[in-house]
Design a binder for this molecule. Structure first.
Ligand code: CUA
Length: 379
């Protein structure tokens, strides 16, 4: 009966069935199962109270209808016995619900020691996911912008933090909302039994592009996660062939173009295995493997889609004038237009269309080996 109730709850809360859907009632996650169970208890108790009160009301209205009772009703003042009941029963109900809530909290809150640790850093307006447990092995922390990779059927301890204002980490299918607060690192547990791609959003109003601060969580079967982890640790960005578009893009990425005031991408972004080690923008190490752009503003940038001129056009626009296509983006412009940092106008640098496309070519060459591509098999 409980399983049926949970299934019903899931169906009601999720609205639709197969495929990618966003649901707080996704029972593949232990967190959601616990919360749903607690909710069902609260709903069941509320239903009993509602039915009881309604029944008493209808009974009273019927029994004491004026047309049936011409005599004046019995008059009395105060009823100690009734008043004791009226206080005692709600106390018992509230205490009961408190016990259930505390029990759920105790089950959800401790982060077990076997958990896979992942750190989620929120920033205006993007996310970085890092795997600090790997730090020693990798000679540095593996990080990935806007796409979090985790094993399914395992406990994950996500540590949330922020580099500017308060953000909210929320992937509804995997668990509740968690605040990402600057200077604070708080760990909490999430999990899912079902491998798949899950939608995440920033759940705390944080500025002009709050709505464009999304992320994907890719939950992989254990063996594929291990392949990803190993490859991510070993990953060193490929060195472009001399004379290629990628090589020209690499130079601009690392050095910018002083003559036209174009700031080097490397001053804000990190690419594993290169001198680029900036931290004020998202990590671009696996840019070519990622399928979202602009923190989820554009999706489904599949390898096939890169052949589509529309996808290339979006990336071109993004690199050239990021704040122009995503309000509040702190990335400098490369078409000479003005952009704002903390409200202060800054003059953008200039890159030619060819140079922009060279940088795009370099970025797209930053790919994990095929077997470690966490998107492989996703539609
Ligand atoms: Cu970050 Cu809303």
């Amino acid at each position: 009966a409980r399983a049926a109730a949970l299934a019903l709850g899931t169906a009601v809360l999720s609205g639709c069935g197969a495929g990618q859907y966003i649901s707080i009632g996704d029972t593949a996650a232990g967190y959601n199962r616990e919360v749903l169970n607690l909710g069902l208890w609260a709903i069941a108790i509320s239903a009993v109270i509602f039915i009881g009160v309604s029944a008493a009301l209808f009974y009273t209205v019927q029994k004491f209808r004026e047309d049936r009772n011409t005599a004046e009703p019995q008059q009395f003042h105060g009823n100690n016995k009734l008043e004791v009941w009226l206080v005692a029963v709600p106390i018992v109900i509230v205490l009961g619900l408190s016990v259930l809530s505390v029990r759920s909290l105790a089950r959800l809150n401790p982060v077990s020691k076997e958990s896979v640790g992942i750190e989620a850093l929120g920033a205006q307006f993007w996310w970085n996911f890092s795997y600090p447990a790997n730090a020693a092995a990798a000679g540095g922390v593996v990080t990935n912008g806007n796409e979090m990779v985790m094993p399914a059927e395992a406990k994950i301890a996500v540590t949330t933090t922020s580099r500017d204002v308060i953000h909210g980490f929320w992937a509804p299918n995997l668990g509740g909302q968690r605040a990402s607060i600057p200077t604070v690192k708080k760990s909490w547990q999430l999990d899912t039994d079902r491998p798949g791609v899950y939608q995440g959003n920033c759940s705390q109003l944080c500025g002009a592009s709050h709505a464009n601060m999304r992320f994907k969580v890719v939950a992989l079967p254990a063996d594929r996660y291990e392949t990803f982890e190993t490859a991510a640790q070993a990953y060193r960005a490929p060195t472009p062939a001399p004379g290629s578009a990628e090589a020209r893009g690499y130079t601009i990425f690392m050095q910018g173009k002083a003559a036209t005031g174009a700031i080097a991408c490397a001053s804000c972004h990190r690419v594993q295995g290169t001198p680029a080690a900036g931290v004020s923008g998202p990590d671009l190490s696996f840019f070519g493997t990622r399928r979202t752009l602009g923190a989820g503003k554009w999706e489904a940038m599949t390898p096939a889609r890169w052949e589509d001129p529309e996808a290339a056009r979006i990336l071109h626009l993004w690199l050239k004038n990021s704040p122009g296509v995503k309000p509040g983006s702190l990335m400098p412009t490369y078409d000479g237009s003005t952009y704002y940092v903390n409200g202060k106008p800054q003059k953008g640098g200039v890159l030619t269309d060819q140079e922009i496309d060279d940088v795009a070519a370099y970025l797209r060459s930053l790919q994990l080996p095929e077997e470690a591509d966490y998107w492989r098999g996703s539609p």
